[in-house]
Design a protein around this ligand. Structure first.
Ligand SMILES: *[C@@H]1O[C@H](CO)[C@@H](O)[C@H](O)[C@H]1NC(C)=O
Ligand SMILES: *[C@@H]1O[C@H](CO)[C@@H](O)[C@H](O)[C@H]1NC(C)=O
Ligand SMILES: *[C@@H]1O[C@H](CO)[C@@H](O)[C@H](O)[C@H]1NC(C)=O
Ligand SMILES: *[C@@H]1O[C@H](CO)[C@@H](O)[C@H](O)[C@H]1NC(C)=O
Length: 703
């Protein structure tokens, strides 16, 4: 706290904008006033409930300088989860929170991570000659430090393969069909795939199913041709040794050989390749010519898909280790409702330096901490508790956040207002957001208050939602690709995920560095400022609005959209009537919640106990999402409880909602028509009952 006061320069830093100077002076005036009356003004003042004043103060305390300096420190060295260097980064984040005077906590787990030991790849020719192929990022135009972990796929089994190579495009089922038509059988071969819609794990699973011996996976791209995209190939989410419960020291843990554990790992070894190495191999392939449909989108020259004639010799050795991981939390206690929580989360661990992924988000989190503690100095006391969460081991499968959700399931489910996630805050230009629909309106409102970083006089909203049309611009959170997944899919917590840019070329490579960020991602750090503004302001609204800014009409609209999509898809073969009825019930519950809100606005009509009545309405609003959870979860994947948003088992499914229905549709192709329809109908009923539960919760009355 003291240190904080002695360094005002880092609190209000150079904003070259005229408004900045004005705000600076205004803030200094406030500071003068406050230090006169309340030397350490943590004393609640009459102003402490003026939420909009603190929202203004939050926005005007933005600084590209502080964010960039946090990012520079966070990216000084690599910090792969479970390593010595990662604990230095943990300490930096923890000390930052402590130095600001915030209450902190570290929560440790024991989990199974995976590291590379040895890898080699060579191509062998019929004349006996051979070519060693590089599997490191050394030798490019950029310097790669020796602390950077060599390229690998986490949880790949150790193994060797000596076989002809085949190019399999994206490794989709349709790609194997195309190969089959050309008479190419990948069984007994090493397959080379480019990354497309499938997750790494899914590419390998399909290759395994088709009899391949090993998989080499590359990401197409122009720049950074010698970057290797590291990543996990484990399926599912969280620590593999404690599926469904928290992996604590001395707690219950499965054996590595347990079938529950083994089924989450591939059985054939795999490895990422750089574009350069992949093209060297593709150049050596002959055989059947590449199908035209593949060629249309291929950025590399490929003469034939193989098999061979070149024979590859591939070896990978890795080790799986139980290590300690650490989540760091900073807590700002709510004044009136300390037992209601607003969570802001970002992971801290990175494959390499992590300038984009994830520490652009960490820098934003640290800046929010700085600005919130500034607000506290000015007498702010949030109504509800705010927790800043810095997760560990996300890259291995959302492990830090998942273990914490599993450990705190009941408290989280009943008391968390919302979870606000930022993973890669800035990957390039353009704002993107995902949300559970009751938060759509809030998200749109907040982006109207934040300046667009890439234009002079526009708000972020003007450049984002207004240009694209409000609807459809917000994505939904069905994917299992960042830390919102356990909060939405397991705990049913209303959530938001925001970021700038997508598909950046240095993803998971050694070149995801501070230098890349300053050259390409966000040279002046104003996109970072914009994400920080949206993120921090969302939390302020959720913590301080006396009635939660939730709108369930957006949920209803979205569900109606899904219903009409299904109606076109099924054209009468199954009944959507249960869905129609339950959505209508949710609509009328949403209207009742509105009516209650209107009553509460006019105190006389509301009568006595106004605060308790608000709290009762808020409970209805925050519990409604829990209706979408089902105790049995998705068929065959009981960890996933949410029936509206979650990952379909078949990641080639084009349904990004109702994962249970999506699964039933995929599985029905292998059934008789009658059985298939019955399976789909059953899942429709389950979703309808879930929507009905949400409606009951929102209505807040027993039947
Ligand atoms: C609350 O803050 C806003 C913005 O700073 C200000 O315009 C308003 O007058 C304040 N209201 C009260 C009651 O202090
Ligand atoms: C590919 O070859 C393997 C082994 O020879 C065989 O078992 C499999 O049926 C073949 N697949 C196809 C689609 O012909
Ligand atoms: C294949 O690679 C492994 C590991 O580097 C090596 O031990 C083996 O001798 C190689 N095999 C051939 C045929 O070159
Ligand atoms: C912050 O923004 C100003 C004005 O755009 C710019 O001159 C300055 O270089 C930026 N600071 C950093 C650290 O990027």
């Amino acid at each position: 706290m003291f240190q904080f006061l002695s360094k005002p320069a880092t609190i209000f830093t150079a904003k070259s904008r005229p408004l900045g100077t004005f705000v600076f002076i205004v803030i200094l005036c406030f500071l003068g006033l406050y230090t006169l009356h309340f030397p350490l003004s943590f004393v609640p003042t009459s102003n402490s409930r003026n939420a909009s004043r603190f929202q203004h103060l939050f926005l005007s305390s933005a600084s590209n300088f502080t964010i960039s300096s946090y990012l520079r420190i966070l990216t000084q060295h690599p910090h792969l989860a479970g390593t010595k260097l990662a604990s230095d980064t943990t300490r930096y984040v923890l000390n930052h929170f402590k130095d600001l005077g915030l209450e902190t906590r570290t929560v440790n787990y024991k989990t199974l991570l995976s590291y590379p030991v040895y890898a080699s790849l060579s191509a062998h020719f019929s004349d006996g000659s051979f070519l060693d192929l590089p599997l490191t990022e050394m030798g490019g135009s950029e310097q790669v430090g020796q602390d950077v972990v060599p390229p690998y796929h986490a949880y790949s089994p150790s193994g060797s393969a000596h076989a002809k190579a085949v190019f399999i495009n994206y490794g989709l089922e349709e790609d194997y069909l195309a190969l089959g038509l050309l008479g190419v059988n990948v069984s007994g071969c090493i397959v080379i795939a480019r990354k497309g819609v499938l997750t790494r794990g899914a590419v390998i699973q399909r290759a395994e199913g088709n009899g391949a011996l090993a998989v080499l996976l590359y990401a197409e791209g122009e720049r950074f041709r010698n970057g290797f995209e590291r990543g996990t190939v484990m399926t599912g989410i969280g620590d593999p040794l404690s599926p469904g419960w928290a992996g604590v020291d001395g707690g219950d843990s499965l054996e590595l050989e347990d079938s529950e554990v083994l089924k989450r790992f591939p059985k054939i070894p795999s490895m990422p390749l750089s574009v350069e190495t992949a093209e060297t191999i593709l150049d050596l392939l002959a055989g059947v010519p590449v199908p035209q449909e593949w060629r249309d989108t291929l950025r590399s020259r490929v003469k034939g898909v193989g098999p061979g004639p070149a024979v590859l010799n591939f070896t990978y050795q890795g080790e799986k280790k139980v290590v300690t991981i650490q989540n760091v939390l900073a807590i700002i206690r709510g004044m009136e409702e300390p037992d209601r929580y607003v969570l802001l989360g970002n992971h801290r661990d990175a494959w390499t330096y992590g300038a984009v992924d994830p520490n652009s988000g960490t820098a934003a989190l640290l800046d929010i901490a700085r600005r919130y503690s500034l607000l506290l100095r000015f007498g702010w006391n949030p109504q509800r508790t705010i927790i800043l969460c810095s997760w560990d081991a996300e890259e291995f499968g959302m492990i830090g956040s998942t273990e914490w959700v599993e450990q705190n399931l009941v408290n989280l489910g009943s008391k968390v207002v919302a979870y606000l996630n930022v993973d890669c805050a800035v990957q390039g230009p353009g704002f993107f957001a995902g949300a559970t629909p009751q938060l759509d309106n809030l998200l749109l409102e907040v982006t109207k208050k934040v300046k667009d970083p890439d234009s002079e006089d526009a708000t972020l909203y003007d450049k984002w939602a207004a240009t694209a049309g409000n609807s459809n611009v917000i994505e939904r959170l069905s994917g299992v690709n960042s830390d919102f997944a356990p909060f939405v899919h397991r705990a049913g917590i209303p959530s938001i995920d925001i970021y700038y840019g997508r598909d950046f070329p240095v993803y998971h490579t050694a070149f995801d560095s501070y230098k890349w960020m300053t050259e390409y991602g966000d040279p002046l750090f104003w996109r970072h400022v914009a994400v920080t503004g949206v993120w921090g302001l969302l939390a302020l609204r959720l913590a301080d609005d006396s009635v939660l800014p939730f709108n369930y009409h957006s949920c209803v609209d979205q569900l109606q959209g899904y219903e009409s999509f299904l109606s076109n898809l099924f054209s009468g073969t199954v009944s959507l009537h249960p869905l129609t009825t339950s959505i209508r019930e949710l609509a009328s519950a949403a209207k009742e919640a509105d009516d209650e809100l209107k009553k509460l606005r006019f105190h006389e009509a509301a009568g006595d106990f106004i605060e308790l009545k608000k709290r009762a309405l808020n409970d209805r609003l925050l519990l409604a999402e829990k209706g979408f959870l089902d105790a049995d979860g998705l068929p065959g994947r009981p960890w996933f409880k949410h029936l509206v948003y979650g990952p379909p088992a078949d990641c080639e499914s084009n349904l990004v909602f109702f994962p249970g229905i999506a699964d039933a549709i995929s599985q029905s192709t292998a059934m008789s028509k009658k059985e298939g329809r019955a399976a789909i109908q059953h899942e429709i009923w389950r979703v309808a009952r879930a929507i009905q539960r949400a409606a009951y919760a929102l209505r807040g009355e027993l039947t």
